[in-house]
Design a binder for this molecule. Structure first.
Ligand SMILES: [Zn+2]
Length: 237
């Protein structure tokens, strides 16, 4: 069964459309923090898309408007800046900035699985180097559900290729979060069976992007590109 790759990036930007700017009046600083955007994630996702010749499905409005990586009905779907909006206004946010991405990606996976392909979904994210004073040890986190056989297999392949590219790289499974926690791939696991859909959040430490060391950042991008390429090549053989 041929393996194909679908690239997504839910936290690619910090855009706030003009009609919602008032929600952040006087609090614009937050839009330039990790709470609003995954620094570097859009760059990495675009780099992968270009190098692998794949389309990229991304959300460029800030997660502080509506959180594209959370399921309907969860506490974190709306941020402290949008929580208090009226029900209709929240619905409008969902219709404009949440459902289109979800529907588009889901339709693409549906199309691929219907054609008999296996789907490797890589949702590209980055995480803040320290949270609440705690330094996170991972440099690259592979988030997945170990209960799912295809994910388990591909996770180990991806890690092996990353370590092959750089044995020193701290590549950890399910760090800084467990892959089975709520997120877009978790939602999609409920829709597609484990032999056809493997959903990953690939989480990269933002320190590489934030510390201004362009060489280190480019090296991480390259290692990830090579590793994904190798996994896809093996899957097509
Ligand atoms: Zn993210």
């Amino acid at each position: 069964m041929a393996l194909c790759c679908i690239l997504t990036c839910e936290h690619a930007g910090n855009e706030i459309p003009g009609e919602y700017a008032f929600l952040f009046a006087g609090k614009e600083d937050v839009l330039y923090s990790h709470k609003a955007i995954d620094f570097g994630a859009g760059w990495l996702a675009r780099h992968l898309a270009r190098r692998l010749g794949l389309p990229l499905y991304s959300v460029t409005t800030s997660r502080l408007l509506v959180e594209g990586n959370r399921s309907l009905g969860t506490q974190e779907l709306f941020s402290p800046y949008t929580k208090e909006l009226a029900k209709e206004e929240k619905q409008a946010l969902l219709e404009k900035y949440y459902f289109p991405h979800r529907r588009e990606v889901e339709a693409k996976i549906q199309e691929e699985t219907a054609a008999g392909h296996q789907v490797l979904h890589l949702a590209i994210h980055t995480f803040t180097p320290a949270l609440e004073g705690e330094v996170r040890p991972a440099e690259v986190g592979i988030l997945y559900d170990p209960e799912r056989s295809l994910e388990e297999r591909l996770a180990h392949q991806l890690k092996a290729h990353l370590q092959e590219a750089n044995p020193e790289r701290k590549v950890l499974f399910n760090q800084p979060y467990p892959g089975s926690a709520d997120g877009f791939p978790t939602h999609l696991r409920g829709k597609f069976d484990q032999n056809h859909y493997a959903g990953f959040e690939l989480e990269v430490n933002q320190k590489f992007f934030l510390n201004g060391d362009e060489e280190a950042w480019r090296q991480v991008l390259e290692e990830i590109t090579q590793a994904v390429q190798a996994v896809l090549q093996a899957g097509q053989a």
